[in-house]
Design a protein around this ligand. Structure first.
Ligand code: GLC
Ligand code: CA
Length: 564
């Protein structure tokens, strides 16, 4: 059986990450927008939760076309968020509490308001011209490229120099030309700037897109939306990440996590194996796409939500990192809907299912990520009209449907399940106006259910999700088996119960999760006996119902047993 050796032990494997979407965390100056001082005012809350790394979404200067993912100045703080001094104070406050900070690194594109792009578009001879991808119009229309935010495609014509520029995301997010060594050097120096300030690592945004085939071959129509083959993972991707590692990462004791959309399990180790000297970890999208319409991710497909498929996804990704590299356990981010609305039951069993999902996250292999507000069981906002949306991703697709005379109601209904806005609404702190997030109109509406779901209520209730999350975090930190133990899936075809073991040296734990609204029975395999097992955690207050080889579970019940 596997045991822990010194080389394997790393702080970033033991970390428990909490993601802060600063715009919606806490507003300190009542302009309706969350800010750095707001985070500072909640440092004790973070410390008490027990997390030890914060991933902070972008706080750099930005016109916010894509909420900070369109950076106009990488080395300064967006005034709405505060000042550099505020940032330094935040970092100090976190470090004082033993919490590290990883910054969000937007590598693939800048804002069109970045000085580099302003120069670049000004003339074909400008020294910044090659910082971006341009296609001279006299060569004809550029080959069709897909854009995540514009159905019209990723090339936009700019009359000033009679050329098209490339943007895989919004028109205000022109793609940087990583072929240009000067661009890469600029980016590396920017990274060192933040690391020298004391930042503890990076989340690499959309990093797989930085290398592309700049011969722009024509793409067969059926592959037009296939990011895996034609948009992500271009010919020089590994060279760039290796260079980045030599120039930046290797010089610091930091954590790196790549946003690996389009990366298949077979490719994951090429990025994360220790000897490759690229990244430490990455996170995939396979379960994010589970239950979505494969041909159009703007729509859910509820007929396609088998628990056995979810098990396959998590197990496959666990196996990838069995002996090398390292993975991530997460249910949601600022780009997906709320954890409990998506994977649990956000009405009758909101409390139980949230606790179950946390039991899962915090007992999987891979570094767990908690998204802000999930620790109190916040739910999808489910906006009824397009006017409530602020996200370019939703708004642009809606406009496209209108322009083409398509059904907008079906789209709005679908967004109640899938929209990114679901997880971006302000954190619900208390019963005061706007949930205590701000005294004025917030940038995005607060969920009406804040009278029932908020941090103050959770603090007053020993049975709350928040209490349970703290307890589960403490448990993970206590027993190394949660971090370093082997993972083995049990009862793989069971469509109701997700059960697995983790084991290391002579320690073995059994995690049993009833992913459903009805009671169920788990029958233990003959290789171990559960009748004399110790209960490590249980999300119901009643004693676990264990007989010989059977464990009776109530709806959404989660139990971890230590097998003796
Ligand atoms: C990543 C971010 C997302 C953003 C996109 C473009 O996927 O997480 O929020 O819209 O990159 O930068
Ligand atoms: Ca503010």
């Amino acid at each position: 059986m596997h045991s822990i050796n010194k080389e394997n032990k790393q702080w970033w494997k033991e970390a428990i990450v909490y993601q802060i979407y600063p715009r919606s965390f806490k507003d300190s100056n009542n302009d309706g927008i969350g800010d750095i001082k707001g985070i500072i005012s909640k440092l004790d809350y973070l410390e008490k939760l027990g997390i030890n790394v914060v991933w902070l979404n972008p706080i750099f200067c930005s016109p916010n076309d894509d909420m900070g993912y369109d950076v106009s100045d990488y080395k300064n703080i967006m005034p709405e968020m505060g000042s550099m001094q505020d940032f330094e104070e935040l970092l100090k406050g976190l470090h004082k509490r033993g919490i590290k900070l990883i910054a969000d690194l937007v590598l693939n594109h800048t804002s069109d308001e970045h000085e580099w792009f302003k120069q670049s578009r000004s003339s074909r001879n400008n020294i910044y011209r090659n910082y971006y991808h341009w296609w001279p119009a006299e060569k004809g229309t550029p080959p069709k490229r897909f854009s995540f935010f514009h159905e019209e495609g990723a090339w936009t014509y700019d009359a000033l120099t009679n050329s098209y520029y490339l943007h895989y995301f919004s028109r205000k997010q022109p793609d940087l030309n990583w072929e240009n060594i000067v661009v890469r050097k600029e980016m590396y120096s920017m990274m060192r700037f933040w690391l020298d300030k004391g930042v503890d690592g990076f989340r690499l945004d959309a990093f797989t897109f930085i290398s592309k085939d700049i011969n722009y071959p024509n793409i067969p129509k059926e592959y037009e939306h296939d990011c895996l083959s034609y948009y992500a993972s271009g010919p020089h991707l590994h060279n760039y990440i290796q260079e980045m590692n030599v120039e930046v990462f290797s010089k610091y004791d930091i954590m790196t996590v790549g946003e690996a959309s389009g990366i298949a399990p077979e490719q994951a180790l090429l990025f994360t194996a220790t000897e490759r000297k690229e990244l430490q970890t990455l996170y995939h999208f396979d379960h994010a796409n589970w239950g979505r319409d494969k041909n159009n991710l703007y729509y859910p497909d509820t007929s396609n939500r088998k628990l056995s498929d979810l098990k396959k996804i998590f197990t496959k990704w666990n196996d990838v990192f069995k002996t090398d590299g390292w993975g991530t356990a997460y249910f949601t981010t600022h780009d997906q809907s709320r954890m409990v609305s998506r994977f649990g039951n956000d009405t009758v069993f909101r409390n139980e299912s949230s606790k179950l999902l946390f039991t899962f996250l915090l007992s999987m292999r891979g570094t767990p990520y908690i998204y802000q507000g999930d620790e109190i069981g916040m739910t999808n906002i489910r906006f009824n009209t397009i006017e409530d949306y602020r996200d370019i991703h939703t708004i642009n697709y809606y406009k496209h449907l209108v322009a083409n005379g398509k059904n907008t109601q079906a789209f709005i209904d679908a967004q109640k399940e899938v929209s990114r806005e679901n997880s971006r609404t302000p954190v619900q702190w208390n019963n005061n106006i706007n949930a205590g997030f701000t005294n004025t109109t917030p940038w995005l509406k607060v969920n009406d259910n804040y009278n029932k779901i908020n941090v103050a209520l959770a603090e007053d209730d020993a049975d709350s999700i928040l209490y349970y999350v703290r307890k589960m975090i403490a448990l993970r930190k206590l027993l190394p088996v949660f971090v370093y133990g082997d993972y083995e899936l049990l009862a793989e075809d069971d469509e109701k119960i997700f059960a697995f073991t983790r084991s290391i040296d002579d320690e073995k734990i059994l995690i049993v999760l009833n992913f459903c609204n009805e009671s169920n029975v788990f029958i233990s395999s003959s290789s171990f006996n559960i009748s004399n097992a110790t209960t490590l955690i249980n999300n119901y207050n009643t004693k676990p119902n264990i007989t010989d080889k059977q464990l009776c579970l109530q709806p959404w019940q989660a139990i971890i047993l230590k097998l003796n």
